[in-house]
Design a protein around this ligand. Structure first.
Ligand code: ZN
Ligand code: ZN
Length: 391
């Protein structure tokens, strides 16, 4: 590299643990989680009735409502209101789904919105599919509830107690299923529906940032997917949701099926919940990709992938050239396999290639820094313009 003003080396873009500590698997959580996946197979050795399958379906549908309307749209985003007793029942219903407590769930979800698809996102697919799908949940890094992220709800002692002992709730439901309905009710009715619930919920974190269409130019990679919306009561309209996170309604078009929204409308009529926030009409036509809005979310994503490809290619070019140099005839007086002073050994990067790789990575890193700033200001402007919280 001979330019007078070489770009800065690429800054390391490694995940920054928001909870501190390395990302190791928490086996205390992972063992029951994995065991639950194997447990339904035991149903092959017991009598399973039609009622057990009905129970499986009912527990899936009802608990998905508590997760999506309760843990997500209420505790994470405060997109509507309810009385304190109903609030507790909503939290209790969410806890039956074995996805930890409401404060843990909402706190980490707020982090996801605050840092979507950046180094500080708790479950971005940029860190790999399995990490975004399930790895982050089973890691020690995000094991603890962080009350400072949910001060509004952590102020309620009953929610703090529920969050602390959330693990006991699904165990209690399982025991009741076993006592009332037998092994079929436990294995198929409860455990199988719990496993299906897990993976349907997890697809919103993993696949809804990978597959589907983008209507709005958000600062992340969220997508809209009918398939995911169908299995998650409307959460598959994830790009809509990242555009207007405080809206209780996530399917904006009439054909965007959003079951949790329909149920919330009924509960509002019955005065169980109130003040449902709807997407403001002026923002439904704001920042649309088809209208030419600059899609900063995908721009950043493509540049990040380019950075990683460039870094890999740079080191590979260096290694290949070094191999070529070292595999040639050794200079006179040197035994085979050895190299002259100042020359790279086999496998070592050639200095010019390493410089070129470093320069390219530096340029991309600069572009990414600009994109990061633009994404942050896009997110801030969107929140301020909408008069909605950014979480
Ligand atoms: Zn998301
Ligand atoms: Zn959300």
């Amino acid at each position: 590299m001979t330019t007078a003003d070489p770009p800065r080396p690429a800054a390391p873009r490694t995940p920054a643990p928001s909870d501190g500590g390395a990302a190791r698997t928490d086996w205390v959580s992972a063992v029951p989680f994995l065991a639950a996946h194997a447990a339904p197979l035991a149903a092959l050795f017991v009598t399973v009735s039609a009622a057990d399958w009905v129970l499986c379906g009912v527990l899936y549908v009802v608990r998905m409502f508590f997760i999506t309307a309760g843990y997500h749209r209420y505790f994470s985003h405060r997109s509507y209101r309810m009385s304190r007793p109903v609030q507790f029942l909503m939290a209790l219903g969410g806890a039956t789904a074995a996805q930890k407590g409401p404060l843990w769930w909402a706190g980490h979800h707020r982090l996801h919105h605050r840092f979507s698809d950046t180094d500080r996102d708790v479950h971005s697919p940029r860190d790999g599919f399995w990490w975004s799908h399930v790895g982050w949940i089973l890691s020690t890094r995000y094991k603890q509830t962080r009350p400072e992220l949910v001060r509004d709800f952590a102020a309620y002692p009953e929610l703090r107690v529920l969050d602390r002992f959330a693990w006991a709730v699904p165990w209690a439901v399982g025991i009741v299923c076993l006592a009332v309905g037998g092994w079929g009710a436990l294995l198929v009715g409860f455990i199988l529906s719990t496993v299906l619930l897990w993976h349907a919920t997890f697809t919103v974190n993993s696949l809804a940032h990978v597959f589907g269409r983008r209507r709005f130019a958000t600062s992340d990679t969220s997508r809209n997917s009918l398939l995911i919306a169908l299995v998650t009561h409307g959460e598959g309209w994830h790009n809509n949701h990242h555009h207007l996170p405080a809206s209780a309604r996530q399917g904006f078009a009439w054909w965007e099926i959003d079951l949790s929204w329909y149920v919330l409308r009924v509960l509002a009529v019955l005065h169980v919940v109130r003040d449902l926030k709807r997407p403001p009409a002026r923002l439904l036509t704001h920042a649309r990709v088809r209208d030419g809005a600059f899609d900063i979310g995908m721009f950043r994503s493509h540049w990040e992938r380019a950075a990683s490809v460039a870094a890999r290619a740079g080191s590979r070019i260096g290694s290949v050239r070094a191999l070529g140099t070292a595999s040639g005839p050794p200079p006179a007086g040197l035994p085979p396999g050895e190299h002259a002073p100042g020359e790279p050994a086999a496998g070592e990067p050639v200095p010019e290639a390493a410089d070129a790789g470093s320069a390219l990575a530096g340029l991309i890193s600069r572009a990414l820094e600009t994109a990061d700033e633009l994404a942050a200001s896009t997110r801030r402007l969107r929140s301020e313009g909408a008069g909605l919280p950014g979480t």
